[in-house]
Write a protein that binds this ligand. Structure first.
Ligand SMILES: Cc1cc2nc3c(=O)[nH]c(=O)nc-3n(C[C@H](O)[C@H](O)[C@H](O)COP(=O)(O)OP(=O)(O)OC[C@H]3O[C@@H](n4cnc5c(N)ncnc54)[C@H](O)[C@@H]3O)c2cc1C
Length: 421
């Protein structure tokens, strides 16, 4: 039962486009803040909104079904009076007329709009549409790859980013060869730096995965189904399952004639507001002015959830600059990698806890004398301290010193609830 009226006194009908994490978080926040007007959620996928991280982990491994990863049970939408339109894509936005056009031909009126259409995988340039070649973004993608994995003999993963590395870790448990092709020196190197990226490469190799670095794909061979992957050094790798994990692009096609400013995402101010009144954006699709990091677009789970909430508050007339310390995790084999901040362009790095040999450690990353990020492998607790230091904007030297202090060390040695410290 929804009680209360619209606290802004202006907006009585909010449409959220994008039925996933950021969209659901926005809709939920509207209700939690007492918004009593209409809330409609429009998504192009036919399924109830579900969680994506398990797709490359438990769902791909066959340990969970997608139906077990729903963000909210179906009755929640009724309870919250959120009107769901699923399996129908938004195809245009009329800012002046305050309507969203759907593929079905319907026009959905709104007073407030949350853009939460996320991102979609980049296809391998020039590759023909061969059977056995997949990207991984949706439940349908995960189910299709899982089915192919059961009988695949040679799996090639193009791109050693987080998704590619997680798919490799899951595929390694199957009766097939698994190869990661990475254009750079080591998987995830761009984000986590050479030292840790090489540890990760060794982790994969230790599980029987071939990691080929500096590898550029020139062609996919096959008539109707993929047969081999050709590399620029002349190698042809046998392949009957190819997963392309070379990144995503924000899903903004439906906004192309809207007049909204778009440049690698929907451009927003620090409070998630676009240049058009009553229209906000959140999650993987949003590029906003982070109060300390500048113009950023973040493709991580926690951001989509928190930014959805922030965007909803802005719609309700409670804008506040949204400036999180970015956080992402990745599960590969029995290792949990967690990153706070942005280590990608660090010019220094130091180990402050644990050891590289045990693959259980925390490393700090600095740039121009400032702490810019921290990475933990199977060490959750100390990362919280690093996150606070990042929020405080401390220098790299002070952060290193703080980590070596008794206080951080003893706090981080208390075991966490899951046994991962
Ligand atoms: C396989 C996988 C594993 C991941 N693992 C991790 C992890 O371990 N840790 C982590 O931090 N992050 C992870 N992520 C990233 C995280 O899941 C995303 O950051 C998050 O899902 C973004 O949420 P979103 O709501 O912004 O966008 P999305 O989840 O992309 O949702 C957008 C929704 O909008 C729909 N849509 C798009 N266009 C339209 C349209 N025109 N009309 C209607 N609907 C539309 C899409 O189909 C989709 O349902 C993972 C992502 C994937 C794909």
């Amino acid at each position: 039962m929804i009680v209360g009226n619209d606290p802004t006194g202006r907006i009585q009908r909010v449409v959220v486009v994008g039925g996933s994490l950021a969209g659901v978080a926005a809709a939920e926040e509207l209700r939690q803040r007492g918004f009593g007007g209409d809330v409609a959620l429009v998504g192009d996928e036919a399924l109830l909104p579900y969680d994506r991280p398990p797709l490359s982990k438990a769902v791909l491994a066959g340990e969970r079904e997608v139906t077990e990863t729903l963000l909210r049970p179906s009755e929640w939408y009724d309870e919250q009076q959120i009107d769901l339109t699923l399996g129908d894509a938004a195809v245009d936005l009329d800012v002046g007329g305050r309507t969203v056009g759907l593929a079905s031909g319907a026009r959905v009126p709104f007073e407030g709009l949350v853009i939460a259409t996320g991102a979609a995988p980049i296809a391998l340039p020039g590759a023909p549409p061969l059977d056995g070649v997949h990207t991984l973004r949706t439940a349908a993608d995960a189910e299709a790859i899982r089915e192919r994995l059961a009988t695949a003999r040679n799996v090639v993963i193009v791109g050693g980013g987080f998704i590619g590395a997680e798919v490799a870790a899951t595929a390694a448990g199957h009766d097939c060869t698994v190869t990661i092709l990475e254009a750079l020196g080591a998987p995830m190197e761009r984000v986590i730096g050479t030292t840790v990226a090489e540890l990760c490469a060794d982790l994969h190799r230790g599980h029987g995965v071939a990691v080929r670095t500096g590898a550029l794909v020139t062609r996919l061979h096959g008539e109707s189904a993929v047969r081999a992957v050709a590399l620029d050094d002349g190698t042809n790798l046998d392949a009957d399952l190819v997963i392309i994990g070379i990144g995503v692009r924000p899903s903004v096609g439906w906004l192309s004639n809207s007049g909204l400013a778009i440049a690698d995402g929907v451009l927003c101010d620090s409070c998630c507001r676009t240049g058009a009144g009553g229209i906000v954006a959140a999650g993987d699709v949003a590029r906003w002015e982070h109060p300390t990091l500048g113009s950023v677009r973040i493709e991580h789970w926690e951001n989509a959830s928190r930014q959805g909430q922030s965007a909803a508050r802005a719609l309700l007339g409670e804008p506040e600059p949204y400036g999180p310390v970015p956080y992402v995790w990745s599960d590969q084999y029995d290792r949990k990698i967690q990153i706070v901040g942005d280590p990608s362009e660090a010019d220094e790095m130091t180990l402050v806890d644990g050891s590289y040999e045990e693959l259980r450690f925390v490393a700090l990353y600095g740039r121009a004398g400032r702490l810019v990020g921290a990475l933990a492998m199977n060490r959750s607790r100390p990362l919280r301290a690093a996150r606070s230091l990042l929020a405080d904007g401390v220098s790299f030297a002070d952060a290193t010193e703080a980590f070596n202090s008794t206080e951080v060390k003893s706090a981080s040695r208390r075991p966490g609830p899951t046994g991962v410290q």
